[in-house]
Design a protein. Structure first.
Lengths: 475, 475
């Protein structure tokens, strides 16, 4: 046995409840979990490294089921804006200056933040995923579910008015699709990497290409990770292209695109009936509560999806806007936003929030046999949390384990002090074992200054509401 | 000059905007701020202690405008419950075992958490405030606005059914009122302490006693800190006592209780017209977004109150339930919950959230001449924040200062590394200078275990929804 964590409050997330074992221990051999149980049942002499888990909770590493890490250099770049201004007038003037290297640097920053707050699996959605896998995820030794974006619309949206129907460029779509196929080939035998198909959204891809993607996904037994029903911009396109009385979900259903391979992201512009149909077809969903509430003032229907029998997970989307890649905060946001929107304080309770970021994430991403809970035979993705902090105390186990609500409602994220991924210790006593954190932070900060500077003229010209905030000395 | 913080991103919160000075410096002499400006304008040789503020933001200490620190030992004790169960079936079985010493210990824990996340002024609402002032606030050297609770209803609510009209006990009310008067006398010359009158809520106090309190508040030129329109339990009492068509605000107005001395806490059961009346009368308000959304699924009307010209601030209420006393998290909660409930991503923007916890808090508590912003002549309540963290980077100042949104939308709270209160350094480089943190944490944890154990039988018998959560292994 290589590593043992002993005398810990073990929250396995296995079974119907949270699978909590007080005075628990976990043993790791190679990249797998080889022991789960009470500390007294473990032969500690067998372990090379023993981590003292007292006053700590030990959990499965968290799963961020939808994230674009490459935009993290633009954190703080666009928020408190009308939805219609956020993308083009707010973020656009800076985003256009992001080079391929900047996306790698931003990804490093976002992944650092994610690891420090307990995330071990990142479901990355991006163009040129291979850049981030090679430069960030593999060198950092973190698990990645990589989705290569496939779309047929030029990323330069300034060519279109919001009401124009986008012109599809099939060559671009084919080229993206080819890159996605290559990604599957390139990483099919790499342990830390798995891959999904990423037709971006129905407003950005033709049904023809979508069908081809579906066929290949079936051949490769892969899932399809797609933004669905994400609001006004998409709705205008779908109605313009497919008819005034239709919707994204209806078009997908009519073309037999809905099945258990579909991972539907966002869904806030879907009806309850459409979500029931998705559940019936076996599709899963991912919601991004912080992102969608900051950008749109809307709560994604994560809780409803679960109530009607679906599987839902959560993610942090991009940093500019919601600001963060901290899954503890995201679990809390999911719970609070649901309680508010349903006017019901029992909605989305603490343990359900914890499931969203563990077993549910694993199920949505098709990795439920490998990660999401602490069980013998599963991959050793494990985090420990220092409970000896003023904001987490007290921890009691009788008459119930208040550690579960405290992790969701009281934790900041920085209390994560050990992170093990695939059996390797990545963060040890708050320090990275294999990553030069400070030099990345410095480089990211310096480079962001240049990008924001480069975008200044366009930003002022775009004249979003943020420009008036600036004039008033608010930012 | 005793202390200078130099080369910092100074966010003064002075003036209409956030009053940000890049490459700023602040000088402190005794308990007052004696210099604000650019670092190059400061003669550093004059300062005894120089704090390097590079890669840091420096802000006024945060103001928590409504808090009950004495319940912090019960953190994680009651949440995810129907509103009607939270107080009596959830918290009650444990709360009845809290001794006077337990409240002191809980208060220490809550104040530690508050300081660590940047709070320097605690607006404490409690019975026997003098215990906490003597044992916690003064020894810890933190600023306290103490409100002595005055009410005429026995705290043992098990005597009443929810629909019974409470029997008032004037002797209890008089005794509370006397204690409140003594508090004023005792601390009138103590620098760190100021005092308010605290008639708990209109359902718990007679109009006679309320009038007497008002008269004394006028004589002492003090404010009146009162829970107003806090929901169903109060509404039943007011209608039963004063008539089916009346409300708390109407009764208070009819008896000429509404004026600029009133600090109305919560207000989520008030109408927009009633809030307009309160604003017209000069009353201010405090909302507790995390607490009220967790306990009731409701967003307090903080943003509406500001829109109609009122002054509003925020606080964290009690730890059990919302879980925390972290004002950075509370600012974020205020912003996000407002965006959601108004379906408007521009609602309660970052800088407005920051005002809630600084200048607005000072104004509500009647301390706007002394604290809430960094200005020469004001009290030296100052915090610094280490921006060199993966979740806060990048920080850019052109074309705007993204530090403002990043502090609200990306900060955890633990990045606060220096806390100065009344000119004294309480937290230096993340370490308390005058508080034995670890022994308090240990004692709090041990004592809480006993209290939860003592409450077990009653808790099981009360049979709240949490008991079923326990049976299912969720907590």
């Amino acid at each position: 046995m290589d590593i043992a964590i002993v005398d810990t409050c073990l929250i396995t997330m296995s079974g119907k409840g949270v699978g909590l074992i007080n005075d628990g221990a976990i043993g790791i051999t190679g990249d797998r979990i080889t022991f789960i149980g009470k500390t007294k049942e473990l032969n500690q002499r067998e372990a090379d490294i023993i981590i003292d888990g007292s006053y700590h909770a030990t959990l499965p590493g968290l799963i961020n089921s939808h994230i674009h890490t490459g935009e993290t250099l633009l954190r703080g770049g666009a928020q408190d804006l009308p939805e219609i201004e956020w993308m083009n007038k707010g973020l656009g003037p800076f985003a256009k200056h992001l080079t391929s290297d900047d996306k790698i640097l931003g990804s490093k920053l976002g992944v650092l933040e994610g690891i420090r707050s307990g995330t071990t699996t990142f479901s990355e959605y991006t163009r040129h995923a291979t850049h981030l896998i090679k430069e960030v995820f593999l060198p950092f030794n973190v698990r990645v579910v990589a989705t290569e974006t496939i779309n047929e619309v030029s990323s330069d949206r300034s060519l279109f008015k919001p009401t124009d129907i986008y012109v599809f460029n099939r060559d671009q779509g084919d080229s993206d699709f080819k890159r996605a196929s290559q990604l599957f080939e390139e990483y099919k035998d790499v342990d830390l990497v798995s891959t999904l198909y990423g037709p971006q959204a129905l407003d950005m891809i033709s049904l023809d290409l979508l069908q081809e993607i579906k066929q290949q996904a079936e051949e490769r037994n892969s899932k399809i990770h797609m933004h669905i029903a994400q609001g006004q911009r998409e709705r205008i396109q779908i109605k313009g292209r497919y008819g005034a009385d239709t919707t994204t979900v209806k078009v997908l259903e009519n073309h037999k695109m809905l099945d258990n391979r579909v991972i539907a992201v966002h869904l806030h512009d879907s009806s309850p009936e459409e979500r029931s149909l998705l559940v019936k077809r076996g599709a899963s969903m991912v919601g991004c509560p912080s992102s969608i509430s900051l950008i749109d003032g809307i709560v994604p229907p994560v809780s409803h999806y679960i109530e009607i029998g679906g599987v839902a997970a959560i993610g942090t989307d991009q940093a500019p806007g919601p600001g963060h890649h901290n899954m503890f905060r995201e679990m809390r946001a999911a719970s609070f936003s649901t309680k508010i929107i349903q006017k019901n304080p029992t909605a989305l309770p603490a343990w359900q929030a914890l499931k969203l970021a563990t077993m549910n994430g694993a199920s949505v991403l098709g990795l439920e046999q490998e990660i999401g809970s602490l069980e013998v035979g599963k991959k050793a993705d494990v985090i420990t949390i220092d409970l000896n902090n003023a904001n987490l105390i007290p921890i009691v186990s009788k008459p119930f384990n208040n550690v579960i609500p405290n992790l969701i409602y009281s934790m900041n994220g920085n209390e994560v002090d050990n992170v093990i991924i695939d059996g390797k210790i990545v963060l040890k006593d708050n320090k990275f074992t294999n990553i030069e954190e400070n030099s990345i932070l410095k480089e990211a900060n310096n480079r962001a200054k240049v990008i924001f500077e480069e975008g200044t003229e366009d930003w002022v010209k775009a004249d979003s509401k943020m420009v008036s905030y600036r004039k008033n000395g608010f930012i």
